[in-house]
Design a protein. Structure first.
Lengths: 580, 330, 529
């Protein structure tokens, strides 16, 4: 079995973060390989290197045994590699046919080969000067002739290729049909449903002759039937000789469709197993690894009454589909509730909804008995709810990149002092200094623009600032994303401090080990649905893993609803209302 | 009876006359914008095209050379703009304004210098007849219709032809498709192998050349080849507005520019119209001419407001308009 | 397509930060460059650039009255630029400086004529100026509201409004309210004396009142940006609207407020000019003097910093006045100032590129003293080596003179024989390249992982062109042998060496390489001769 793709010792670092560390991977000709791993395991980075979007820092890629360096998506395309990304690269205002077809170039003239051949056929090797010169003349004539013909050929092809013929729809339709898809090539992308867009992307990639297909989380946007259709497609492609890599989290799908499974964890390649030898248990173990004993403090506090209560919350995401589906949970004062879930399961939307940045379709959010729905973000901040979400690009939501650390520290408190038109930088500067010392933020000064800090330090500023405002509910998402051990621990300490002060903390994280050590309870979300809430002390990583992938739903298992506090403030209110 | 019909026809002729430079400017700008570049340097580009074309044409008495010169002058401005915004990734708004200031200044400078030193070329009589005459020989003598449709100079017809060709290019050819893709979503176009930078360069330069033609039209046909400091007089800005009015389609721009041309023509034609139709239009004599001057701009503002108010936003405006594309930031 | 070769030649990456002094240096350099370019233009038209520039300076500083003229040009420019920068800082492209200026002057004029003498000076002047300020603010507010409500394009709206204001102003000349008719050329009325902004005398110098206002405004705005809450909000909204929203700021309100202030300041400039002596205490259709356009250049030049704006305004005023003076003394059209301004803006925009981005050239990999002119050092990654590899035009390097080369040569023989048989050269040329390629790889010293699997045969699915590219890319083994097969030309070269036999092949190859040091590199030492 030949390896059509071989990846050896590929390393990619972003600043301080090692996204891929000496990763190896083999894709065999004609197989479907699933690439499995948690968030932050480096799967997408690896595939991005294969498809020419990133360049590796070191390591080699071999296609068909030949070493290649892939500089751009076009080069990947020529090598027969086609990737269908999670975020589609389609032009909304064009039809499917145009999107697919617009990258085509006409058949080249092979000028260089023909010139070389001409040279071979007209050797200039005579010792007789007269013969030699006539040989040279013949060669020159042949070369000129070729060049003229090349130009004419290109010109002709260009002119001929210009008019957009109606025919192109039929051509694309034909090709789509041949591949076994059902796509209306005349439909404009903006009119398409998500699954149709995905089909379009797949056809596009196949159209350019891709023999190595990479699908990044393709099933995330599909319904069950559509998933089955996709699988049928994949098998069809396999029969035609394609080799497929599918990045996914869903164990059931892995087991259903793949021939082998490669697992990555925290930027490292773990191993590849044959699917027929694997089961969910094994895969989860490989994916999450052994439980690492982290010495993170978990101070015991007296849990207070529920500070924040969410009931039947339903929230939509930017694309219009449901991000949070009828979810209920609560956070007590002095309690740290972890939120585990695969990236994209709705955590971002959840945080935004609570902070007042996203519309709520239905449900209740109650803070100390008071409803937060419809309140402007500023009010929510004033009520003591602080939200710090560290997105992948870190600077997007919480910080102003060109402004100094001091200025960013003041972001939520600058308007203090009702009648004072001026901002008080002194206080903010002191707080910034304290923060820099406490968290070992590496920066030339307090006035350095935030975008000049390295990723980890940016986060420290962000988290530190949130803590500063003495909130009573802290929502923090990925606060230690990309940080080194020491900084991470510093942040855990800060959070624990707050916990001891009676603050309720919602901790959205990636690292299950950390959450198991740090949090009191952990709730797991899968596809916007609550899978269950477990006590961190008693939970196992496998359990969490299974819940994250949807294989285990505690609410169903244990037949009781999670997320509703017995001493809820909401119930009291209702009670009061009745009494009135 | 005859005179009122003539009044209308003459007004329409004037509308077409005034509308032609607008058409050229708009078509050029459409090429710019469709590929993703919001080129605010139309006014300056037209000015440079005007001076180079006029100088070349007047000194050689050849309309053909005038057009070549104007196109080259426009391309020059386009090249500067493209280089700054694409290769050097400068802010498009500011660069466009720089072109406007520079181009306008250059035209003024060269013109005034030549004028004051007496070296500004004057037109020969034959050239003058080219400028003021024109029209398709036999057809233009047809009563009324001939005047209305066939009596214009070559550039009017060329302008229409260019607009049609550009329309075909954008909507019906493969290169046009790729160009639209580059303007709409450069990242997606890049992923399919379209060279976004090259597309933009091409279209900016050619579009600017077309704008230059609009400029020389102003110089030769509206100002009759005589130097004055107000050759372009804001027509460049109207063209920018016209692009929106025409919803980024150069075919629509044809009648759009004639409508705006009508607004501009009314300024000079209103009195004769009023006397031809006293019953309907007598009040019009009291309208200040400045209102007619301002009318195209006011109409554009209204168009801007109404199009932005529309909830259902399906415009021809490319989504990537005004944004520079840097591949690294994928 | 070999376009990708070029991509790697020059790598452009975003810079983290450049020290302030370098930024200033670059900007200064840009301005100097533009003066040089302007000088060239002048020379082409037959003027003496040195003379021109000296006259330009003279025109400003020859004597006190010239300085005063320069100051009079400075004031409206400075104020307007401050106003424009306010909007620009928020990334709100207020191109309507001309219009807001005119409106400020119109409103001031209107009320001046209405009030006449009834208010004592300077109260009257204050009232009139304030009203003008308000007028300018409202004119801008209109656009801001539309932007916030409907996302109307502010660039175009403000632009259109410029022309509306301009034509309104020229219309005013025809009315009896504003102008005196019936004198051949109608002239605008002059406002009442009590409304005049006179000069303030300090010692033996007299300064326009408006100058103090302008300077005060600069300081106020500086403080506003740096220290005030509103300024802080402005900065955040301009930097990252999402962050502002997230922090609870009312972004829309901030935008509207700022735009109002921007227009108000510009309107004030207009009103001040009306009441001041520079315009003769009267209105005119070109009361702006083009300040709405120049202010944009100034604001951009100064990177929206109030202190910078002061300096840049000074510079531009000197430029404009100088050119006006040069017109009288040298007869050079004063449109030169527009041309120079345009060029300055171009060069500064270009210099901005070098401030924000870093260019690195691909480094010629490995040693080799012969590698002259191979491009400066810069960042290297594995990709750079690739690019360098691809540049080879088929020369065999001295280091290739190992068994590898011999193997190549032998293969080249084979290539020869094979291709001679085929009628269609293209397919085979490429195929044979590949074969040679593969063999070369195998014989190369293995200092890194090589594929374990046997080299597969060619795939039918790839077209020849694609194959070729693939071949090209794989010519990037970092080890010694420079493969002679990255382009189809190589068979010819290989052929030549093959024909001459191995020993002479070495000599020829070496000779060739020594001659063409340009693009090759020596790997693993030339210990083989």
């Amino acid at each position: 079995m030949t390896n059509i793709v071989e990846i050896r010792n590929l390393t990619k670092t972003f600043g301080e973060v090692v996204a891929n560390n000496n990763v190896r991977l083999n894709l065999r000709q004609g197989e479907i390989l699933a690439l499995l791993g948690e968030n932050g395991s480096g799967k997408t980075t690896l595939m991005n290197m294969l498809s020419g979007i990133y360049q590796p820092d070191s390591g080699d890629i071999f296609i068909n045994g030949r070493k290649v360096v892939i500089h751009s998506p076009e080069e990947a395309k020529r090598l027969g590699i086609g990737m269908v990304h999670q975020h589609f690269k389609l032009i909304d205002t064009l039809t499917a046919a145009d999107n697919i077809w617009m990258g085509t170039e006409s058949e080249p003239f092979y000028l260089e080969e023909k010139l070389a051949f001409a040279e071979k056929c007209n050797p200039c090797d005579s010792s007789d000067p007269k013969v030699l010169s006539s040989q040279k003349r013949k060669l020159l004539k042949a070369k000129i002739n070729l060049r003229v013909r090349a130009f004419g050929y290109k010109l002709g092809k260009f002119i001929k290729g210009q008019p957009l013929r109606k025919q192109r729809f039929e051509t694309i339709d034909q090709i789509t049909h041949d591949f076994g898809f059902d796509l209306d090539s005349r439909k404009t992308v903006s009119d398409m449903a998500v699954s149709e867009k995905q089909t379009c992307e797949i056809v596009k990639v196949l159209f350019y002759g891709a023999k190595i297909l990479i699908l990044d989380e393709p099933t995330a946007v599909l319904t069950t039937q559509e998933i089955q259709k996709l699988f049928a497609t994949m098998r069809r492609m396999k029969e035609r000789g394609c080799s497929i890599i599918i990045i996914t989290h869903k164990l059931n799908e892995v087991l259903e469709i793949s021939d082998r499974v490669a697992i990555m964890r925290k930027g490292e390649y773990i191993t590849t197993v044959d699917t027929k030898d694997a089961d969910e248990q094994l895969l989860t173990e490989l994916m999450v690894g052994e439980k690492v004993e982290l010495h993170i403090d978990r101070p015991k506090t007296d849990f207070d009454r529920p500070l924040l209560e969410i009931r039947n919350l339903t929230v939509k995401n930017d694309e219009g589909s449901v991000a949070i589906d009828d979810m209920s949970f609560y956070i007590r004062g002095g309690e740290m509730l972890g939120v585990a879930g695969i990236s994209g399961c709705g955590q971002k939307e959840l945080c935004e909804a609570i902070a007042g940045l996203r519309k709520i379709e239905k449900g209740e959010i109650n803070h100390k008995g008071q409803s937060l729905i419809g309140l402007p973000p500023k009010k929510i901040i004033e009520m003591g709810i602080s939200m710090s979400f560290i997105p992948e690009d870190r600077l997007g939501m919480g910080l102003a990149p060109s402004m100094s650390i001091t200025d960013n520290m003041m972001l939520k408190t600058y308007s203090e002092g009702r009648f004072n038109p001026f901002v008080n930088r002194k206080k903010a500067r002191e707080r910034a200094k304290q923060l820099i010392d406490a968290l070992n933020i590496v920066t030339p000064s307090t006035e350095t623009p935030v975008r000049r800090l390295s990723g980890g330090n940016v986060q420290k500023v962000l988290v530190g600032r949130e803590i500063e405002s003495s909130p009573n509910v802290i929502i923090t998402a990925y606060p230690v994303r990309g940080l080194d051990i020491n900084s991470s621990y510093a942040i855990y300490d800060i959070l624990n401090e707050q916990k001891k002060n009676g603050v309720g903390i919602l901790f959205v994280g990636e690292d299950l080990d950390v959450m198991l050590a740090l949090c009191d309870k952990i709730m797991v979300i899968c596809h916007g649905k609550l899978m269950g809430v477990v006590h961190a002390e008693k939970a196992t990583k496998e359990q969490l893993g299974l819940m994250m992938t949807g294989a285990l739903d505690l609410q169903i298992e244990n037949a009781k609803p999670y997320g509703i506090a017995k001493d809820s403030n909401i119930a009291e209110e209702a009670h009061d209302d009745e009494n009135k | 009876m005859n005179s009122s019909v003539m009044a209308i026809i003459l007004t329409l002729c004037e509308a077409i006359r005034r509308g032609t430079p607008l058409l050229l400017g708009t078509t050029g700008e459409i090429l710019n914008e469709k590929s993703g570049s919001l080129n605010l340097g139309v006014e300056g580009t037209m000015a440079v095209g005007a001076i180079t074309g006029a100088l070349l044409g007047l000194s050689t008495s050849s309309l053909f050379l005038a057009l070549i010169g104007a196109f080259a002058g426009g391309m020059f401005c386009g090249l500067i703009y493209a280089f700054l915004t694409i290769t050097l990734k400068a802010n498009q708004n500011v660069t466009g304004l720089a072109i406007t200031i520079f181009g306008g200044g250059l035209c003024l400078f060269v013109g005034e210098t030549l004028k004051s030193s007496g070296k500004f070329p004057a037109y020969t009589t034959e050239f003058y007849s080219v400028i003021t005459g024109g029209g398709i020989p036999l057809l233009k003598d047809i009563p009324y219709v001939g005047q209305l449709l066939f009596s214009y100079n070559a550039l009017v017809y060329i302008a229409i032809a260019i607009a049609v060709v550009v329309w075909i290019y954008i909507s019906k050819t493969k290169s046009g498709l790729r160009m639209r893709a580059a303007g709409e979503n450069p990242a997606a176009a890049d992923s399919v192998g379209i060279n976004v930078d090259a597309e933009r360069y091409k279209n900016i330069i050619v579009g600017s050349g077309i704008m230059g033609l609009g400029g020389v039209y102003m110089a030769l046909f509206i100002n009759n080849g005589l130097w004055n400091t107000d050759w372009i007089n804001g027509y460049g800005w109207i063209a920018v507005a016209l692009v929106i009015f025409a919803n980024w389609s150069s075919a629509r721009a044809i009648w759009g520019s004639y409508i705006f041309g009508l607004l501009l023509a009314l300024k000079s034609r209103m009195p004769s119209l009023a006397s031809a139709f006293p019953s309907i239009l007598s009040w019009s004599t009291s309208i200040p001419t400045e209102l007619f001057d301002a009318l195209p701009f006011i109409v554009t503002m209204l168009v801007l407001i109404f199009t932005s108010m529309r909830k259902h936003k399906s415009t021809g405006s490319p989504a990537g308009l005004g944004l520079n594309y840097f591949r690294e930031e994928r | 397509m070999t376009k990708t070769n070029k991509d790697q030649l020059i790598k452009i990456s975003k810079r983290q930060n450049l020290a302030l002094k370098y930024k200033l240096l670059l900007t200064l350099g840009a301005i100097l460059l533009s003066l040089v370019l302007g000088g060239i233009l002048l020379a082409c038209l037959g003027y003496n650039p040195i003379k021109f520039y000296t006259e330009m300076i003279m025109g400003n500083f020859k004597n006190a009255s010239y300085v005063k003229l320069m100051v009079r040009a400075l004031i409206p420019l400075l104020i307007t630029s401050l106003g424009v920068s306010l909007a620009f800082k928020m990334r709100f492209w207020n191109i309507g400086g001309e219009g807001q200026f005119i409106v400020g002057a119109i409103i001031a004029m209107t009320f001046s004529l209405l009030i006449g003498d009834s208010l004592p000076s300077p109260l009257g002047a204050v009232v009139v100026v304030l009203l003008g300020t308000l007028g300018g603010g409202l004119y801008a507010l209109f656009v801001a509201v539309l932007k916030v409500k409907f996302n109307t394009n502010e660039t175009l709206m403000t632009l259109m409004l410029n022309y509306v204001a301009l034509y309104l102003a020229s219309y005013m000349l025809k009315t009896d309210f504003f102008a005196i008719q019936g004198q051949g050329v109608p002239a605008f009325k002059v406002i009442a004396e009590s409304l005049w902004l006179t000069e303030i005398n300090i010692g033996k110098f007299s300064f326009d009142t408006a100058l103090f206002i302008a300077v005060a405004l600069t300081i106020i705005l500086f403080v506003y940006f740096k220290q005030s809450k509103q300024g802080y909000e402005l900065n955040v909204v301009g930097d990252s609207p999402n962050t502002a929203k997230y922090a609870g700021m009312k972004v829309n309100r901030i935008i509207v407020r700022t735009m109002f202030l921007s227009g108000a300041i510009i309107g004030m400039a207009g009103a001040l000019k009306l009441c001041g002596s520079s315009a003769g205490h009267t209105f005119s259709a070109n009361i702006t003097g083009g300040v709405g356009w120049t202010s944009i250049i100034v604001a951009w030049l100064a990177k929206l910093n109030p202190v910078g704006i002061f300096i840049a305004s000074l510079l531009m005023s000197i430029l404009e006045r100088g050119c006006a003076f040069a017109r009288t003394s040298l007869g050079i059209s004063d449109a030169m100032s527009d041309v120079l301004q345009g060029i300055i803006l171009f060069t500064v925009l270009a210099s901005d590129f070098f401030i924000n981005y870093k260019i690195s050239f691909r480094k010629k990999a490995k040693l080799s003293p012969e590698v002259a002119g191979a491009g400066q050092s810069g960042e290297i990654g594995t990709s750079d080596d690739v690019a360098e590899e691809r540049e080879t035009d088929g020369e065999i390097t001295p280091s290739a003179i190992t068994e590898t080369a011999v193997a190549d040569v032998e293969n080249a023989d084979r290539v020869q024989a094979d291709s001679a048989k085929e009628s269609d050269g293209s397919e085979n040329a490429v195929t044979d390249d590949k074969t040679t390629q593969e063999n070369a790889e195998e014989t190369a010293p293995k200092d890194e992982n090589t594929p374990n699997d046997p080299v597969p045969q060619k795939e039918e699915t790839f077209s020849p062109a694609k194959k070729k590219t693939a071949v090209k890319k794989s010519a990037t083994t970092k080890n010694t042998a420079k493969k002679p097969t990255t382009t189809a030309k190589k068979p010819a070269t290989a052929k030549k060496t093959a024909a001459k036999g191995s020993v002479s092949a070495k000599k020829t190859a070496a000779g060739k390489t020594a001659g063409k040091a340009k693009k090759t590199s020596v790997k693993g030492g030339a210990d083989n001769e």
